[in-house]
Design a protein around this ligand. Structure first.
Ligand SMILES: [Zn+2]
Length: 204
């Protein structure tokens, strides 16, 4: 493999990028001046060195390792409510709607409909641990499932209700979904603040 093919393989791993687009990126870089390419390389390394995940909610943010994020460490955060989203972009969108002041949990993906080894796709173990801790320490009252309204999102919603069943009964919190107020096919990542506000108001 020559360097063009090698780098193409790396770009092909990016979400939504196929062979042709990957190659276009490579040629784009070949046309750029060396400073740009060097800076790009530095920025990528910088990203890995300065951005870490919150050990409690798994949000990416600028920090040293093992530091809690601003939401988890803020005493004003409503600890009786936990909202579960698929990814960071969903979290950002809900935060922007300014209609929710509780805790979050980033699941890291959706549960695929046809595979058995779920835990490798989503953070189920971490979620259970987080919820149990929050139920013990802060009398958790409500868990909000805020997943996209597509088949995989709905499947994940059902799956989470199933695995949270025992904890729900033990600690007597309520599990609700953001379904109502969102139309079928809605992806949280692309929803505007007004839509999210309505969905939060009509959670059930
Ligand atoms: Zn956090």
């Amino acid at each position: 493999m020559n360097p063009i093919e090698k780098l193409t393989e790396y770009f092909k791993e990016f979400p939504g990028i196929g062979e042709r687009q990957a190659k276009r990126f490579v040629y784009f870089l070949l046309h750029k001046n060396p400073t740009y390419v060097k800076e790009l390389g530095d920025k990528v390394l910088d990203l890995k060195n300065t951005i870490h995940q919150c050990p409690s909610c798994f949000l990416f943010f600028q920090s040293t390792q093992d530091q809690l994020c601003d939401v988890c460490s803020n005493p004003k955060t409503d600890k009786s409510s936990l909202l579960i989203v698929e990814k960071d972009a969903d979290y950002e969108n809900i935060k922007r709607s300014k209609n929710y002041s509780g805790m979050y949990f980033i699941l890291g993906g959706l549960v695929p409909i046809v595979t058995k080894d779920t835990p490798t796709f989503v953070r189920t173990k971490e979620l259970l641990r987080n919820i149990e801790k929050q139920a013990k320490d802060h009398s958790l009252k409500e868990v909000i499932l805020a997943l996209s309204l597509n088949p995989q999102g709905e499947h994940t919603d059902m799956y989470l209700r199933e695995i949270l069943d025992t904890l729900e009964k033990t600690y007597k919190f309520k599990i609700v979904s953001l379904g109502r107020g969102l139309s079928t096919g809605t992806e949280l990542e692309y929803s505007d603040s007004e839509t999210i506000k309505n969905a939060l108001r009509n959670r059930a």
